[in-house]
Design a protein around this ligand. Structure first.
Ligand SMILES: *Cc1c(COP(=O)(O)O)cnc(C)c1O
Length: 391
């Protein structure tokens, strides 16, 4: 008789007593919205990235951060932003907030990140920016993308929602030569504040604009022209801004999560290595690792069914759930989503690599507190699913 095991989730936040104590301290302090802890979280984030020329701005989601970044870059109606079809809708929707157009392109099937050649082929006189995603925590081909941007005079905003910590050319994502990089602290990301994000840039004008737009378009700088001393009550509204600030309650979580970011990465890497080992014999394509000396954050461990697998992706997912194991699909590509498909007249034939990937793709459970026994349990269920399907 096998004992019924508890449900094994697809993702789980790793919250310890340190986070709980820091949140309680915030609650007792009387300062619950943006204040001293958020300021410290921003400073610690810049220190984590290790480049004091960067400014880190905390926001209440990565979506908000991407919106602020594109707004600060002046993206608007008539402009085009190129991004990958193989992403979450947040990456692209922010372009539409500003009335600009999204140009979706296909992926490199080896990395599932945006294909630089497809980016270059999609450039028109209206193109203003490239928005790469570091899929699953593996860096996109940033040297190629930055070279294309430079050649064509385009801006680069990195959707780094999966990429803490991830390196490219030995440098942490966030410290490259793009204009703005945006991280997410959503519940299932590599560190979490429940909801939250961080925007990173080394351009002072962009940082200033994003700071103003993050909180209602309020500026205290305007006063500086008249006197060095700004009264504490004084502000000016210089634009119809947004409400995108992060609370100190969330930042309290972030302060303690950030201290563990490298330990989390190591734990996730151990899970990935175990998966690699025990999945080796199954009809699966395993995810690409980072090159030697580079860091993969292992936000996702996404496998693809091999062409000779007898089961379909849906059958395997159903069997996993029946076995008490959570899993997911990252992503249903944007070209299949009604809004994007209909707005731009997209078909699967336009994105053959993302389409084939999607049809075979499964994200297996991946989180820092997963044990090797949990991994083995997933693998046994996967084996059964593939065998039961008639191998
Ligand atoms: C999670 C995610 C986002 C959005 O992050 P939020 O903090 O939830 O706004 C954007 N892009 C990608 C690729 C994501 O996975």
């Amino acid at each position: 008789m096998t004992e019924k095991l508890p449900f094994l989730p697809f993702a789980l936040p790793d919250i310890g007593e340190e986070e709980i104590a820091e949140v309680v301290d915030t609650l007792r302090s009387g300062w619950v919205t943006t204040g001293p802890k958020t300021k410290r979280f921003e400073e610690d984030f810049t220190a984590f990235l290790g480049d004091p020329s960067l400014q880190s701005l905390a926001v209440n989601s990565a979506t908000a951060g991407l919106h602020l970044a594109l707004e600060a870059l002046g993206i608007g109606p008539g402009d085009e932003v190129i991004t990958t079809t193989h992403t979450f809708t947040a990456t692209a929707e922010v372009v539409r907030y500003l009335g600009a157009d999204v140009v979706l392109v296909d992926i490199d099937p080896a990395t599932l990140c945006i294909d630089p050649a497809a980016v270059e082929a999609a450039i028109t006189p209206r193109t203003k920016a490239i928005l790469p995603v570091h899929y699953g925590g593996l860096a996109a081909d940033m040297p190629a993308l930055l070279a294309i941007a430079k050649k064509h005079g385009l801006k680069v905003v990195e959707d780094a929602a999966h990429a803490l910590p991830t390196t490219c050319g030995g440098k942490l994502i966030g410290t490259l030569d793009s204009d703005v990089t945006v991280f997410s602290f959503y519940a299932n990301k590599t560190i979490t504040t429940g909801e939250g994000g961080m925007v990173v840039t080394r351009h002072a004008e962009l940082a200033n604009r994003m700071k103003v737009m993050r909180l209602h378009g309020m500026s205290r700088d305007a006063f500086d022209r008249f006197t060095a001393k700004v009264p504490s009550w004084y502000y000016e509204i210089v634009a119809p801004g947004f409400k995108y600030n992060l609370t100190d309650i969330a930042s309290a979580l972030g302060l303690q999560q950030l201290k563990k970011a490298w330990a989390f990465q190591k734990a996730r890497q151990r899970v990935a290595e175990r998966y690699d080992e025990v999945l080796a014999g199954l009809p699966l394509m395993l995810p690409r690792h980072a090159a030697a000396g580079e860091v993969h954050s292992w936000h996702l461990y996404a496998v693809r069914l091999a062409p000779d697998a007898r089961a379909t992706r849906n059958e395997v997912i159903e069997a996993l759930f029946a076995g008490g194991i959570g899993c997911s699909v990252h992503y249903i590509p944007l070209h299949l989503q009604p809004y994007w498909r209909d707005r731009y007249g997209l078909t699967p034939q336009m994105f053959p690599r993302s389409q084939v990937t999607f049809e075979r793709l499964i994200s297996l459970p991946m989180y820092s507190r997963m044990t090797l026994a949990d991994v083995d349990r997933v693998v046994r269920a996967l084996e059964r699913a593939l065998v039961r399907a008639g191998v």
